[in-house]
Design a protein around this ligand. Structure first.
Ligand SMILES: Cc1ncc(C[n+]2csc(CCOP(=O)(O)OP(=O)(O)O)c2C)c(N)n1
Ligand code: SF4
Ligand SMILES: [Mg+2]
Length: 284
């Protein structure tokens, strides 16, 4: 890694405190993300969680798809794989089965994971292989100019919904739970420390963990929908402007105007890799 120092707000830190620069490929900076993009906060939370879990970078594999979310992996100083659109989960599956000693983390977007990659998501949930999947949900295809995605809220304007979106959105956490994920959670980029803690919980869980991160595409989706500057957008997460699309009505804790966050589902099922490797030993 280059020793070029990128200034950050708090530089007064002891050795074991988190310094994000220790986990970044600084020679690739400046990064390509737009100012205020929520994906940067998600990346910070992920690296902070990795730091607090004490994971050796040589034992860390970050697998990403295509999209602004997929680009996150490029900046992380670890084993990183930038795969094809919608396919980070199958790549991660092969990797984890071949190298069970690695911590395999998938970073994907709402388009990557739920549209072109939706089929792979449900089967990953069903299998319960020990992978952590971070889905950065900004309700749009940010990288390709802001098209509608499976999580776009009602009435939102995108390049492909010039008269406002009317397709019902997925609730990704209900989808993952229904498909069999054994750990499901959601957090806002507004709550970076809580997001970091949720990611730690997901990484500690043995089995498939799915974490939806509510992120903001400030430059395209935000502008097109008059959602204000990035600071206003992130504060808007508090008022949960997008919650009405999610199927929370079936959830007893549903309250209009709120988004359920934290660990939403957890259960214990045999982990796919352990089962497979045990069976292969019996057969050989
Ligand atoms: C097979 C294929 N189809 C379409 C594309 C074009 N494409 C690139 S990124 C993307 C959508 C990304 O959206 P999302 O996953 O939500 O990521 P974001 O940019 O919002 O983080 C699309 C459709 C592609 N690269 N490959
Ligand atoms: S286009 Fe949107 S998602 Fe992509 S970097 Fe810019 S703000 Fe972030
Ligand atoms: Mg997106």
């Amino acid at each position: 890694m280059s020793d070029k120092k990128i200034p950050i707000a708090n530089t007064d830190m002891s050795d074991d405190e988190f310094d994000i620069r220790d986990y970044l490929r600084l020679d690739l900076f400046p990064h390509f993300m737009c100012p205020g993009c929520g994906h940067g906060i998600a990346m910070r939370a992920l690296l902070w969680a990795i730091h607090e879990e004490g994971i050796d970078k040589d034992k860390l594999a970050i697998v990403t798809g295509i999209g602004c979310s997929g680009r996150v992996g490029a900046y992380i100083d670890a084993n990183t794989y930038h795969t094809t659109h919608g396919r980070p989960l199958p790549f991660a599956t092969g990797l984890k089965l071949a190298r069970p000693d690695l911590h395999v983390i998938v970073v994907t977007g709402d388009g990557d994971c739920l549209a072109i990659g939706g089929n792979h998501l449900i089967h990953a949930c069903r299998r319960n292989l020990d992978i952590t999947c971070l889905m950065l949900n900004n309700e749009t295809y940010g990288m390709t100019g802001g098209q509608v995605s499976p999580t776009t809220s009602d009435d939102r304007f995108t390049t492909t919904t010039p008269a406002g979106n009317f397709e019902p959105a997925f609730d990704p956490c209900s989808l993952a739970t229904g498909a069999g994920a054994t750990f499901v959670g959601r957090e806002l980029t507004l709550q970076c420390p809580s997001l970091k803690n949720l990611i730690r919980e997901g990484m500690s869980h043995t089995g498939f963990s799915f974490i939806e991160v509510l992120s903001d595409c400030t430059e395209i989706y935000g502008r097109k929908n008059d959602l204000g500057e990035s600071a206003e957008m992130i504060m808007g997460q508090k008022s949960a402007y997008r919650s009405e699309n999610y199927g929370f009505q079936h959830n007893e804790t549903f309250q209009p105007g709120t988004i359920n966050t934290g660990i939403l589902h957890k259960d214990d099922r045999p982990e796919y890799g352990e089962t497979l490797h045990a069976r292969r030993q019996v057969k050989s």
